[in-house]
Ligand binder design. Structure first.
Ligand code: FAD
Length: 671
């Protein structure tokens, strides 16, 4: 077992990043021109990293499997991006953003990284505004903010419900400037299928051109993985259909450790599942919890009447409703962190209060907000004693201005008007906090191999706070990696071009080709989706929100059996030398079938409840966690190394340096 060194700089938390930057080795501008960097993934993390590295003078080769960086999954981000600007004067600071993030993550994040994240958060907003990102502004023209779960300040910057899209267009324009100058070579529709190590250092990748099927070798002095999260291991999730674990998993098999694979964010506000033939779940942004109130009926008769269509939710009076988050957590109310809201919804539905046919839905209701805004608008417009209809009309306009596109999306999917009848929501897989282990430099356990954005593990512990993923991706790409990678590359100024005519490239290419050949020639009987759906069911039932030892052991053996069946009976139609989406999927699902088992194993060795996960043996009914006390306050990361023989190696518990002792590890409570 290797010893992990997180390379956290010495000194007080607040000085670490500044001191680090003051003392690292730099590469002079002329030498940067001789250095190549591969960036795999051009979502917000990879796009911002590619643009910045090229702006600095490095030669960047960027890869994405979509037809344009603009289609990365980051485009789906709705609600916003956090930054400690304190524009509202409501008491925000770097320290508070740091504290909220560590606390929100159940004290399992690496503090030094999170403090740095809080420090650079403010720069991100300036950078994006300079790029022309159209953040929402208030009446006076200043940037507006809203609140997200788990915090008591308003620090979320947003662009209606399309923040990810607007930020991605900003990063994409910054990339395009460099593509035009020839500093970024963009490989759209290319999928990385392996990393190439030469003398223990990452020196290139093997990629498949997804249009022609051609297998290509690409070399560089360093490789950056920015390939996003692996929530699709559950089959149904809010992630883009193409989001996958392949690049992360391939580097894991070549020696990059994986950390906390089982920490998944189960987002509380998604449109509930409607049946077995569904391939995707849809998020309703957390920003809706600024104005929406979550409830289920107080009485079982009303639950049944609603399910049977004898009553509508709007028939129930205030007294007949249980606003359970407001009841349980009066200080945070509907804005408790995601994990707390998800567990509470599950607890109510498990107790039988779910309001749809599957019993897996609670209400998110905007009536109070529409009334409140309507009355305020009437006053502002000098309308005395407005009618109920007028108040409603004025209030609806405000809600529409804030969340219109989300309401429209809901209506299109559910065919109900959410202004008139409350939305139905239920938790769904959304984000993966676990990922590739990285040190303070964002380098993996392989030299010269970096991992940024959702693909790495470091900043969010067991639960990511809303609007913090975009912040982390852009912090990594615009402001952290460009420093840390330079320190490493300063040793490569005399290396010269890395040849792709080496045994290492040849071997890696052979491995990739033989796997593709296998899929095409297997001529099995079951589609790739058949296996993916089965895997998703095992994951959701036994490795989802509620977990116990028996179920986790069963999941591990079921996944193993499913994997064996997959390698015997999977059928991939078509050819290798053409565009073949089934072939792409086959490789990704093969990787999910390995990752899923590791995921369950991680969950098994954690005898605790944390983040969105209950360990059933140790849970109290009100949703708070008895098991917390069991946790040793320092050993919190599960790290796995892959051994080439094909089975995940033993788990090791890794001792992180918790230098920041101000935060006490005690049972979390949002009262
Ligand atoms: C519906 C939804 C809404 C969200 N809303 C918010 C929000 O409001 N605020 C917030 O902070 N976070 C939000 N998140 C989370 C956030 O969007 C993601 O965590 C973040 O965008 C991930 O960015 P990324 O750059 O790490 O990865 P991605 O955006 O997923 O990009 C991955 C890139 O990797 C490429 N890629 C992947 N595998 C390969 C491969 N093998 N070879 C080549 N290329 C590859 C892809 O082509 C893509 O370019 C939301 C998530 C979802 C699902």
């Amino acid at each position: 077992m290797a010893t992990l060194d997180s390379k956290i700089p010495k000194g007080p938390l607040k000085d670490k990043w500044t001191d680090y930057k003051n003392h690292i080795d730099l590469v002079n501008p002329a030498n940067k021109r001789n250095i190549d960097v591969i960036v795999v993934g051009t979502g917000l993390a990879g796009g911002s990293a590619s643009a910045t590295l090229a702006e600095l003078g490095y030669n960047v080769k960027a890869f994405a499997y979509q037809d344009s960086p603009r289609r990365a999954h980051s485009i789906a981000a709705q609600g916003g991006i956090n930054a400690a600007k304190n524009y509202q004067g409501d008491g925000d600071s770097f320290y508070r953003l740091f504290y909220d993030t560590v606390k929100g993550g159940d004290y399992r994040s690496r503090e030094a990284n999170v403090y740095r994240l809080a420090e650079v958060s403010a720069n991100i907003i300036d950078q994006c505004v300079a790029q022309g990102v159209p953040f929402a502004r208030d009446y006076g023209g200043l940037l507006d903010n809203r609140s997200f779960g788990g915090v008591l300040v308003s620090r979320t910057f947003y662009a209606k419900g399309q923040t990810g899209q607007q930020l991605l267009l900003g990063a994409y324009s910054a990339m395009n400037r460099q593509i035009a100058r020839g500093k970024i070579e963009m490989f759209n529709r290319h999928e990385m299928l392996d990393v190439v190590l030469v003398d223990g250092k990452a020196r290139g990748i093997i990629a498949r051109n997804l249009i022609t099927g051609e297998i290509e070798r690409h070399s560089a002095h360093a490789v950056v993985i920015a390939t996003g999260g692996y929530g699709n291991v559950y089959f149904l999730s809010t992630n883009a259909m193409g989001s996958n674990a392949t690049a992360a998993w391939k580097i894991h098999k070549k020696g990059a450790y994986f950390a906390n694979p089982c920490y998944t964010q189960i987002h509380p506000t998604c449109i509930p599942r409607s049946g077995d033939y569904q391939s995707k779940l849809t998020l309703m942004s957390e920003s809706l919890r600024n104005d929406g109130r979550i409830w289920v009926p107080k009485n079982m008769e009303d639950v049944l009447a609603i399910r049977e269509g004898r009553k509508k939710p709007t028939d129930l009076s205030e007294e007949q409703r249980d606003y359970y988050l407001e009841r349980r957590y009066p200080a945070f109310g509907n804005l408790v962190p995601r994990d707390v809201a998800s567990r509470a919804a599950k607890e109510r539905c498990d107790a039988g209060y779910g309001v749809n046919a599957t019993g897996e839905a609670v209400y998110l209701d905007f009536k109070s907000a529409i009334d409140r805004y309507g009355k305020e608008q009437a006053k502002l417009k000098g309308i005395n004693n407005p009618s109920a209809d007028k108040t409603y009309e004025l209030g609806q306009a405000i809600v529409e201005a804030k969340y219109g596109n989300l309401f429209q999306m809901y209506e299109k999917i559910v065919d109900e008007n959410p202004y008139e009848t409350p939305m139905m929501i239920y938790p769904a897989t959304h984000y993966t906090m676990g990922g590739v282990w990285v040190d303070y430099n964002l380098m993996t356990t392989v030299d010269g191999l970096y991992c940024i954005g959702e693909a790495n593990f470091s900043d969010h512990g067991a639960n990511r706070l809303g609007a913090s993923a975009l912040m982390q991706g852009l912090a990594d790409g615009y402001f952290v990696l460009p420093y840390t990678i330079g320190h490493y590359l300063s040793n490569d100024i005399r290396t010269g071009k890395i040849s792709t005519d080496s045994k290492e490239f040849e071997d890696a290419e052979k491995e990739v080709t033989s796997r593709l050949d296998f899929f095409i020639n297997n001529k099995g009987v079951n589609s790739v989706d058949y296996y993916h759906k089965k895997l998703g069911k095992i994951m959701w039932n036994n490795v989802g929100m509620a977990r116990n030892e028996k179920g986790l052991k069963e999941a591990m053996s079921e996944i193993k059996a499913l994997r064996e069946d997959f390698w015997k009976n999977v059928k991939v139609p078509g050819d290798q030398n053409e565009m073949n989406p089934e072939l792409e999927k086959a490789g990704r699902v093969a990787d999910f079938l390995e990752l899923g088992e590791l995921f369950a194993k991680d969950a098994l060795v954690r005898e605790e409840s944390c983040g969105g996960h209950f360990r059933e043996e140790s849970v109290e009914l009100d949703g708070l966690q008895k098991g917390e006390a069991k946790r040793n306050d320092k050993d919190f990361a599960f790290v796995s190394a892959w051994e080439f023989k094909g089975e995940p190696a033993d788990a090791i518990l890794h001792k992180e340096e918790l230098e920041f002792n101000d935060i006490e590890l005690k049972q979390r409570s949002y009262k």
